[in-house]
Design a binder for this molecule. Structure first.
Ligand code: PLP
Length: 383
């Protein structure tokens, strides 16, 4: 008989609980989760239509409105990761034949283009180099050349490159040209300035695992009244049942009598609630300032080692630092040594940047002076 009372007997079956190794997560996400959030996750599961749970859902919506800086009624977390938030925005707003200007300056812009095409839309692609922000001038030219486009989609914080685009200017252009804006804020929410109402954003999605420092698996979204009107005015049903806002709305918004749509990931919502409480207690602007300060600390340390950042200074994301791999350094060997000898995860380059950069994330809980000092010291020793 096994000594472990939880051991599962059976040939070839694992019999031990999984114990994750200690890791400092300084990659492109997930970021480290605060013990308070982990403790929330471990609280007893209750029914997802229990009045106490419905109260929690209301609090989550209020906290998300705070984080997004919006009064949008339709603000809630989609029960799936950031990619599902992207898909929720696209499949609800884009109908077959709709033309959508999609900005591609990294991997996630490319994913949005693919989403638009799969929804039957016609993507009009505006490309910018990987590592550069979306070109506002090129977007303006595309909107002028294509009157009547349904939407403009772009990534605020391109995690694949570390570039920040000017969401305020891009959303203003969308309004000027009568297009809805679809904004990817997976990596920006909680890490840099983001103003859903003041910038006139129509549809926005994020992820729980980046600057909110919650485990992955939820995608906060928010829709302006204009976007909700566009969903209501659709000529064809949304092709995804699960992501159809007209159905999900009755679960997240039904006054008094919320109807079953799907079984919400209850414990994950406890966790999101806790991480949003922590963000509100710190203050959103203080969180933005903390991300900016720790980025500067990292930049100074990297430059002192002779390392260079890929993105021009004005467009750098403090929460995602793309470092050029110096000549002679072995990408994989360095990342392996950081992980196995120092317990630190940093990200590899993606797409066109594979093998050319490392991505050092300072997101949420990871954005601390101690984390910066640890990764700098580990890099010094490994290089
Ligand atoms: N958009 C951006 C900018 C991202 O960084 C990510 C994930 O890293 C996604 C979308 C997709 O999110 P998820 O991996 O949670 O599905």
């Amino acid at each position: 008989m096994s000594a472990d009372p939880l051991a599962i007997p059976g040939p070839g079956l694992p019999s031990q609980s999984f114990q994750p190794p200690p890791r400092l997560l300084l990659g492109p996400g997930p970021s480290n989760v605060h013990p308070r959030v982990l403790a929330a996750l471990a609280r007893p599961t209750i029914g997802h239509l229990d009045p106490a749970f419905v109260g929690l859902m209301d609090e989550i919506k209020s906290l998300l409105r705070y984080a997004f800086r919006t009064t949008n009624a339709l603000t809630f977390p989609v029960s799936a990761p950031g990619s599902a938030g992207m898909e929720t925005c696209v499949v609800n707003l884009v109908e077959p034949g709709d033309r959508v200007v999609v900005c591609v300056n990294g991997v996630f812009g490319g994913r949005m283009r693919e989403n638009v095409a799969r929804a039957g839309g016609v993507p009009i692609v505006v490309e910018s180099d990987f590592g550069q922000p979306v070109s506002v001038d090129r977007v303006e030219a595309a909107l002028r050349a294509n009157p009547g486009v349904k939407a403009l989609g772009f990534v605020h914080a391109e995690t694949s490159t570390g570039a920040r685009s000017d969401a305020q200017a891009l959303c203003a252009l969308a309004r000027e040209h009568g297009a809805l804006s679809i904004v990817d804020a997976v990596t920006s929410l909680g890490g840099i300035a983001l103003e859903v109402d003041a910038w006139g954003i129509d549809a926005i999605y994020s992820g729980s695992q980046k600057c909110l420092s919650c485990p992955p698996g939820l995608s906060p979204v928010s829709f302006s009244p204009r976007a909700v009107e566009a969903v209501r005015a659709r000529k064809s049903p949304v092709q995804s049942w699960f992501l159809d806002l007209s159905l999900v709305m009755n679960y997240w918004q039904g006054e008094g009598a919320r109807s079953y749509h799907h079984t919400a990931p209850i414990n994950m919502l406890y966790a999101l609630h806790e991480s949003l409480l922590m963000l509100a207690a710190e203050g959103l602007e203080q969180a933005w300032a903390r991300h900016a300060q720790n980025h500067q600390r990292l930049r100074v340390g990297l430059e002192a080692m002779g390392l260079e950042l890929l993105v021009p200074e004005a467009a750098r994301l403090p929460q995602l630092n793309t470092v050029k791999i110096p000549p002679g350094a072995d990408d994989l060997a360095v990342r392996r040594a950081l992980l196995h000898e120092h317990g630190i995860e940093v990200g590899a380059g993606l797409g066109a940047l594979a093998g050319k950069v490392w991505r050092i994330g300072l997101m949420g809980e990871g954005s601390r002076p101690e984390s910066v000092d640890r990764v700098l010291q580990a890099l010094r020793s490994v290089l």
